[in-house]
Design a protein around this ligand. Structure first.
Ligand SMILES: [Zn+2]
Length: 438
């Protein structure tokens, strides 16, 4: 039997979602105190009580005992920038100044031999050690940056969405492509990578400010020619950015209208930030099925504003959660949700631990349209898994001495947790991160 076909089982406290706890409450999650997750050929075969499932294992099956740790579907990050891993924690600027002063300077280094490879390895290591097994990744304007990222992700067999940034104005000359070259390079990357193994392509015009109408039209052509690809871009993050975008596209109804006019607001469109949205823009998102991507640590760090999750729900707009490194300040989706909680608190609302953990697993999978592949322990899903120790730090172990139930334990995990709580990460059933002993 080859390694790929081998049956492997993880034993521990299983937790996954089958619906959205916001509407379905406790019926939305499955929790098995002494559970077994059986993986075969990289896919989930069964998840349930260890007592019932252990006798179904073939002789010689590899059983990894993670008790008493929690076993969950791997986390999903819907927006992150590969070239910004050395931009994170840059002082004192809001969006437009931050882009010019830090980001555009750092991104020029991707032209150097080997740099994109180095950053790709770093980013994938960091994501996996934070328990994140899928991310939607912005590479740099250089075709080879996306090539390097896909190659590294393919080597590790991780399910990643990525794209070469397209920008042909309002950026340093070394960082601009043209409408034609951006189109041609994106098309070549789609041909080489979209659907190869677990890799998926996102057509990536950075934002309306850095793309001319000709480049937006080229993006529209790519979307029409490759409807299976994602689109990722930014919108309504910062007041100065919005004013600039409106000035550049005076004929558009509003910022969302710019993307709408070029057919870039669709079911597979992931739009970062969506903080300062008009009524019409929310409606346009709902009508086209576009995804609003909430990036809590970035929105706080850059002083951009507070995302109105309740409003998005009310308008029927899909929401995905993301780190937005390097505007964001943590690779951990747990830390990201702790900041989401605070942003909601500032608006007089709160977020339960179940809602938070749903958001970064099944919730993001649904928003990305990938829930038939990842995000839960339903049979047939890809076995991307994170193993968590909620008592990993002294402060957390101390706090948990007084936790009375699962909801309270999970709330401590979401509020105080980060990559230190990740015991192991599995990609298609293979251990990708974490200590080798169990
Ligand atoms: Zn971003």
């Amino acid at each position: 039997m080859s390694r790929q076909d081998a049956v492997r089982a993880l034993r521990g406290r299983l937790l996954w979602f089958v619906g959205d706890p916001h509407g379905a409450g406790t019926a939305a999650h499955r929790y098995v105190e002494d559970g077994l997750l059986i993986v075969e050929g990289g896919l989930i075969r069964a998840a349930g009580e260890a007592r019932g499932l252990l006798p179904t294992l073939p002789a010689g099956a590899d059983i990894i005992d993670h008790r008493p740790h929690l076993i969950m579907p791997g986390f999903i990050d819907a927006h992150i920038h590969m070239p910004q891993t050395q931009v994170i924690a840059s002082y004192g600027a809001q969006l437009m100044e931050w882009l010019n002063k830090y980001t555009f300077v750092e991104e020029q280094k991707l032209e150097q031999q080997g740099h994109a490879e180095k950053l790709s390895r770093f980013l994938l290591d960091e994501l996996l050690s934070s328990g994140t097994t899928t991310a939607a990744v912005y590479c740099s304007v250089h075709e080879k940056s996306a090539e390097a990222f896909f190659a590294e992700s393919h080597r590790r067999n991780t399910r990643m969405i990525a794209g070469k940034v397209m920008m042909d104005r309002n950026a340093p000359p070394a960082l601009t492509d043209t409408a034609e070259s951006g189109y041609a390079e994106s098309k070549a990357l789609i041909g080489r990578w979209h659907g190869k193994g677990r890799q998926l392509y996102a057509i990536t015009p950075r934002f309306a400010v850095t793309s001319s109408p000709e480049q937006m039209a080229a993006s529209q052509r790519l979307v029409a020619e490759h409807p299976g690809c994602f689109v990722q871009t930014h919108i309504n993050e910062n007041r100065a950015e919005i004013a600039f975008a409106r000035e550049l596209y005076p004929e558009a109804a509003d910022y969302a209208g710019i993307y709408e006019d070029y057919g870039l607001l669709g079911q597979k469109s992931l739009l970062g930030h969506c903080i300062h949205m008009t009524k019409r823009e929310w409606r346009a998102f709902a009508e086209h099925g576009a995804v609003a991507v909430f990036c809590p640590t970035s929105n706080l760090f850059l002083g951009s504003g507070l995302f109105d999750w309740e409003r998005a729900r009310r308008e029927g707009v899909k929401v995905a959660l993301a780190t937005d490194i390097g505007g964001g300040t943590s690779y951990s989706m747990l830390r990201t949700m702790a900041e989401a909680y605070k942003i909601l608190q500032l608006q007089g609302r709160s977020l339960s631990a179940f809602e938070a953990l749903h958001a970064i697993t099944l919730g993001n999978a649904v928003a990305l349209g990938l829930d038939q592949l990842i995000g839960s322990f339903e049979p047939g899903r890809e076995a991307d898994v994170v193993v968590l120790d909620p008592a990993a730090t002294r402060a957390m172990a101390h706090r948990l001495e007084t936790a009375r139930d699962l909801a309270e334990e999970l709330f401590v995990l979401v509020t105080l947790g980060d990559e230190r709580n990740v015991v192991a990460t599995y990609v298609m059933g293979e251990r990708a991160s974490g200590c080798s002993t169990h």
